[in-house]
Ligand binder design. Structure first.
Ligand code: ZN
Length: 295
């Protein structure tokens, strides 16, 4: 792959046509994710993901209010991660929809948060990737959990728009949804797509490669990723190549008895090491070792 650096994009709304909008956040790094919404005549707003820190979600809500004063009707969580779901409580009145595994992951996280809150000092240690100002804001956040779930796929009619939630197995997490607008040739992928940045795997990297193939075969033109600028098949192909490289090189080390610690230190992903969040390379190696140790 010729190395491609991230094209500059602004935080804010991008109209994709027919009342469908992406909301992007520069620069797509840790905790800085994308969202979207659909403004449908008389059927309220359908929102896709809710961002992380309250200030981010409030900014997103303000942007939506420049387009529409309709009430929120539905909120889709593409997966459980805090940077997509912490803002749920600010999409007031929306029915929250997700894959059943996303709901389960959020229930588990809620138990852990409750345990952490009961400890002294409360909330435990701040994860390294969360900025201090976000950590302060997040003290009051208790994201509502999706009440409506599905297994394989779910069809939603929102005003004049028909969209489909699709589950294609574990990949970034155990419960990732693709949100497809077939008539618009458009996917909101959640974190099944990271563009121009190192993807992070918490589900199953091998199945994630199959999902990249599925996305490429679908020939959908426009993809709003979970992090980074809007893209399409070129960016998906880059991401697939990254997975192929890290998978092959990690497997060689695993098969020749290289320890996990050494593999994490030695992993060489070539040009892909220039992508932001390169610390995730070692995390993805650890994920693969754990996956193969289980089998
Ligand atoms: Zn994520």
């Amino acid at each position: 792959m010729p190395y491609r650096s991230m094209p500059k994009f602004d935080t804010g709304l991008v109209e994709l046509g027919d009342g469908i909008y992406a909301y992007l956040q520069w620069d797509g790094g840790w905790g800085v994710s994308n969202a979207g919404f659909v403004d449908s005549d008389g059927d309220g707003l359908l929102v896709i993901d809710a961002l992380m820190a309250p200030s981010m979600t409030q900014e997103f809500v303000r942007a939506m209010r420049t387009v529409s004063s309709q009430p929120f009707s539905k909120l889709i969580n593409t997966h459980s991660h805090a940077d997509h779901t912490n803002g749920n409580q600010f999409i007031e009145g929306a029915e929250i929809i997700a894959h059943q595994n996303c709901r389960n992951e959020m229930l588990d996280a809620e138990i852990l948060a409750r345990e952490a809150a009961a400890k002294s000092p409360p909330r435990g240690v701040k994860p390294g990737w969360i900025r201090d100002d976000w950590w302060e804001e997040l003290a009051v956040v208790q994201p509502p959990i999706p009440a409506v779930t599905y297994g394989k796929s779910m069809s939603i009619q929102q005003g004049e728009h028909q969209l489909t939630l699709e589950y294609r197995g574990e990949a970034h997490t155990t419960g990732d949804s693709l949100v497809l607008f077939a008539d618009q040739n458009l996917f909101f992928s959640g974190d099944l797509c990271f563009f121009y940045a190192t993807p992070l795997c918490r589900g199953n990297l091998e199945n994630w490669i199959d999902i990249c193939d599925y996305l490429l075969e679908s020939q959908i033109e426009t993809v709003v990723p979970g992090h980074g600028p809007i893209g399409g098949s070129m960016e998906i192909a880059d991401m697939r190549e990254y997975f192929e490289v890290i998978h092959t090189r990690t497997r060689q080390m695993f098969d020749t008895g290289v320890s996990l610690k050494q593999a994490m230190e030695q992993i060489d992903v070539g040009e892909f090491a220039k992508w932001p969040e390169s610390e995730r390379n070692a995390m993805n190696v650890a994920h693969l070792y754990a996956l193969w140790d289980r089998n």
